[in-house]
Ligand binder design. Structure first.
Ligand SMILES: [Zn+2]
Ligand SMILES: [Zn+2]
Length: 245
């Protein structure tokens, strides 16, 4: 494996002390990919071809609109809309119920092309590629750098989505012996994290019981948001709606 160029960002992410180091790395990749899509990518015909084909998901469309790159975005939309119009010029009148096999008729072709264009995202695809290399590099470092496992265990752990991805990568990349040596301690550590937040949540729920009124609560104030991060990864919290309280 030669993905050692990712060693520095991985070490930096662990040292930063974010709730989940992979969430931090993902966000950095995301910001870079959004800037690229309406920046340097404008001069890259290969990337433009992907943008024309895939378009963007809603989250990344929101991020792109937050950039001050109106002309670049309009140019990307222009060619992407060419592609959508091409799909929409599929002839639907040739569709005769029952006469064609499934997948053969005009409606099916239109539908599958439309599905592709609405479900794919240029930025998601770009991030995913690099992010998988990060995962592989992380597992490689567990095996190659004697102190790395201790460094990982000195952090609190991961969100569940990234724990899952790390598990999957470790299972694929490591021998049974190495998996036991390097990944099993991480899985045990993550289980402790889950138990810790579960206990906080129980304490939090109990604090609503009138028998406990006035007693100090033995769980951090940010228990709900941190448990949310644990379950679904880090996100920027929205402002609370005060009118529903
Ligand atoms: Zn995460
Ligand atoms: Zn996306």
């Amino acid at each position: 494996m030669k993905e050692t160029i990712y060693t520095i960002p991985i070490n930096e992410a662990l040292e930063k002390g974010d709730f989940c180091p992979f969430c931090g790395m993902y966000e950095e990749l995301e910001q870079e990919a959004v800037r690229y899509a309406v920046g340097a990518a404008m001069m890259e015909p290969d990337f433009r071809a992907i943008t024309n084909e895939k378009g963007f998901c809603k989250k990344h469309m929101r991020d792109l609109n937050a950039q001050s790159k109106a002309l670049a975005l309009a140019l990307v939309f222009d060619t992407h809309l060419d592609n959508i119009e091409k799909i929409m010029s599929n002839d639907l009148t040739g569709e005769k119920k029952g006469l064609f096999k499934k997948g053969d008729d005009a409606g099916e072709k239109y539908l599958s092309e439309l599905k592709h264009v609405t479900e794919s995202c240029t930025i998601c695809a770009r991030i995913e590629n690099t992010f998988l290399r990060y995962m592989e590099n992380f597992v490689y470092m567990l095996k190659k750098e004697p102190e790395f496992l201790n460094k990982v265990l000195s952090c609190d752990g991961f969100c569940m989505e990234h724990f899952y991805m790390l598990f999957e990568t470790a299972k694929k990349e490591l021998s049974a012996t190495d998996f036991e040596k390097y990944f099993v301690p991480i899985a045990k550590h993550q289980k402790k994290r889950v138990e810790k937040y579960h206990q906080y949540i129980k304490t939090f729920v109990e604090s609503f019981d009138y028998n406990n009124a006035g007693k100090p609560m033995d769980a951090p104030k940010d228990t709900l948001i941190k448990t949310s991060f644990l379950l679904n990864g880090e996100f920027k919290p929205k402002e609370k709606k005060l009118d529903d309280i």
